[in-house]
Design a protein. Sequence first.
Lengths: 177, 177
Amino acid sequence: MSVLSVLFFTFIRIGLGAFGGGLATIPFIHHELVVSHAWLTEREFAEVVSLAQMTPGPVAVNAATYVGYRLAGFAGSLTATIAVVAAPLALVSAAAWLLSGASGRTKAWAERVQRALRPVVAAMLFGAFWMVVRPLTKDWRLWLFTLVFFGISRFSPFRKYPQLLLVAAGTAGTILL
Amino acid sequence: MSLTQVFLLFLRLGAFTFGGGIVMMGLLERELRETDRFAHGEIMDMMIFATAFPGPIAVNLALLAGRKLAGKAGAVVAVVGTVLPPFLAILFLARILLLFLNAPSVRAFFLGATCAVAVIIGGVVYDMTKISFAGGWKDMAVFSLVSAVLLGFGLHPFIALGAGAALRLALGEGKKG
């Protein structure tokens, strides 16, 4: 198999296994890239994770672009990036399409499942939130920072454009931390 | 909404999803509420849908929201808009960023920005928890149990999701949710 097709199928699998959002997906991506394929060393993987946090976008997508480029240049980065989103997108659109056509009992059942998922998804998001917050709890200055930015976030223009909050907090970090 | 508007909206969101898909939920929620085209519960349901499926949450969410805003073409345009900024960032910035990965000012910037990320994600988690507790103590019990198992035992999110949803279904309907 060519490099591109290996990349394609590996990242299809990573896309399907990247579950739970954000940092929760890292162990799985690590397993695929470092353990089963040995495409990255431990150190390089740690670099990719830092890179993913410094660049926008989901970790899985960042890893796909990076590894694809390393193994097969621009074609590789494009292949891996498309592969990592392809399968989830197909599943989500198939499910959305099925649900929009559903009626009667199927629809009532789907709504029950969706309601049952609410507390579970809330818990998953809480877990993802905790992973972001945990490193912040070690330093009281970061507590203070978070509190201040929470206060600021209630006011416009930050309320309307939370992106500004990210930039402001980063800039304040460069100056103060 | 025109396709160009949808594309630019998701390009803007995609460029600022530092910290992964949940940050995008926070940003998207604000922006979608501004458009007045979604009921509050509807946005939450899309978020649940996006999280309950495998794959990057931001990308799944872009597909669903784009579809609601401008049909099938809207979905395509939204996904491309979301993935393009991370793709380009890794392709063109990775080499430069790797040089500065350990520079103190860069670390301080991202540490500061993480505080804002915590604020934004915290808002999403708060909203989601509030909505999901509509069914009373059963929802709270499932939320607590799933959170504890995810954080305490590092259970795979996929298993937590399935088991949590099954448990919530087994407990039966609470108050109208």
